[in-house]
Design a protein around this ligand. Structure first.
Ligand code: PBG
Length: 331
């Protein structure tokens, strides 16, 4: 038994387990708390009506037509969830991603429907081109490269169309340089100065996005995303990315993925003190689901441990496909 010296000079055995003896004791000294207020649910909105198609690599996650997305958001609200993040799955794609700013595309239509039907749920929209380009890249391809500034122009159009539809927050996830400033300026010029920007500031080039690309039909047809998404080995660079996006006008910053980047979340929160989101991504969800389905882990406990770990690392907001399950448990 290790001992400790009291201020009065007594040598006493150190019994750290005293504070773990009962549920009430553990609750009283708990340092980190999860609340449904900080959980954001991603929704994949597709064309059609009455569509509710499960994503095979993400059990419990669906491609939803707008009517079904409204039902899902209302059910999530009943569970305690107060924000949703929308991704669009348009039927028509082209090489410049023009359906990203079509006012009648799934995301824009869903924003209007959700604002009408579940007005107290915050609507956040993903701003990227990869779901809208036929080649699946996040930007325009010119001379075999993803061209930064022309891509930013397209992203600005998408963000403005989401704001015009009524989005509360636009969330650029493309990792082009300068897009936060360009989006901020365009929103302000068009009277959307109250629409916030949550920038995917430190988004890593990750294998854990695999199932999402099935869900959103956004896998690149050739090449990869290493020319714009970050190298998993870098943390100082993440701080530069976050600093830059804050300087450009981001209201909230995001680190993605979450579990393999807990140190980055902590450093971003400590360095800037900004509202910080972490995205518990598709592959992280799929791993837990797969292990649970095999009977290898207790899914509920593993889910809550993962979410509390992300929160303990410093995330204020957690974007997770488990949002509804966790909110129900938190009751
Ligand atoms: C890009 C985008 C991606 C994700 C969110 N926004 C995919 C990518 O960069 O390839 C991944 C989310 C997840 O894996 O859950 N629009």
């Amino acid at each position: 038994m290790s001992t400790t010296q009291t201020p009065a000079g007594l040598t006493l055995p150190r019994r750290l387990r005293r504070l773990r003896r009962s549920d009430a004791m553990r609750a009283m000294v708990r340092e980190t708390h999860l609340s449904p207020d900080s959980l954001m649910l991603p929704l994949f909105v597709c064309e059609g009506e009455g569509v509710r198609r499960e994503v095979s690599s993400m059990p419990g996650v669906f491609n939803l037509s707008i009517d079904e997305a409204v039902k899902e958001a209302a059910a999530a609200r009943a569970d305690g969830i107060r924000s949703v993040l929308l991704f669009g799955l348009p039927d028509d794609k082209d090489d410049v991603g023009s359906s990203a700013y079509d006012p009648n595309a799934p995301v824009q239509s869903a924003v209007r429907a959700l604002k009408r039907e579940v007005p107290d749920v915050l609507i956040v929209t993903d701003v990227c081109l990869c779901e809208y380009t036929d080649h699946g890249h996040c930007g325009l391809i010119i001379d075999g490269e993803i061209a930064n500034d022309p891509s930013v122009e397209q992203l600005v159009r998408a963000a403005v169309s989401h704001a015009a539809a009524g989005a509360d927050i636009v969330a650029p996830s493309d990792m082009m340089d300068g897009r936060v400033a360009a989006i901020r300026r365009a929103l302000d010029d068009r009277g959307h100065d109250q629409v916030a920007i949550m920038s995917y500031a430190a988004k890593y080039c990750s294998a854990f996005y695999g199932p999402f690309r099935e869900a959103a039909g956004s896998a690149p047809k050739f090449g990869d995303r290493r020319s714009h998404q970050m190298d998993p080995a870098n943390a100082h660079e993440a701080l530069r990315e976050v600093e830059q996006d804050i300087a450009e006008g981001a209201d909230l910053v995001l680190v993605k993925p979450a579990v393999a980047y807990l140190d980055v979340i902590r450093r971003v929160k400590d360095a800037f003190g900004y509202p910080t989101a972490a995205y518990h991504v598709s592959g992280e969800y799929a791993m837990l689901k797969a292990a649970a389905r095999n009977g290898w882990i207790d899914e509920t406990r593993a889910m809550m441990e993962t979410l509390i770990g992300i929160r303990r690392a410093g995330a204020d907001i957690i974007i997770t496909y488990y949002a509804r399950d966790a909110a129900r448990l938190l009751g």
